[in-house]
Ligand binder design. Sequence first.
Ligand code: HEC
Length: 142
Amino acid sequence: MRRLLFAAIAVALLMVPMLAGQQKSHAASAARIARGKYLVEDIGLCGDCHTPRNDKGEPVKEQWLQGAILDFRPITPMPVWAEKAPTIAGLPGWENDAAIKFLMTGIAQNGLPGRPPMPRYRFNVQDAQAIVAYLKSLAPGK
Ligand code: HEC
């Protein structure tokens, strides 16, 4: 009986640091997502292109980052120009590493720069990771 009690106490003691560790990493990932949200909403202004607008020109909150047909064009024709900003909520089709590289270099999965007007961002690795964590935390668009 006593042995069982000791065993139970030992197991409980072992679990304390494990649970604390889990809580710590949970807090770290929440902080990373919050940083990503800030970079997307206030620094990169990703929603300006990637969120559709209503007829008053305001972003449609329910379709946040779910992709949009761009409502502007270059005044002289450009050989490469994307008419649509794809959905980036949930980052469908993007592995974390490829998306991080894209945000750090501007080079997409096909080895080419994203077509304009997608900016060629040069985020540092922490910021690129935070943005990817935030985008992956969003429900993918339709
Ligand atoms: C000025 C408009 C504009 C802004 C601002 C913008 N994007 Fe884009 N983005 C685009 C366009 C247009 C494309 C499509 C490029 C292409 O087809 O090559 C694109 C493509 C992408 C892609 C690739 C999507 C895919 O599935 O191919 C990702 C990821 C992305 N943008 C993320 C971001 C993030 C993150 C931000 C903010 C930090 C941002 N974009 C800001 C216009 C923009």
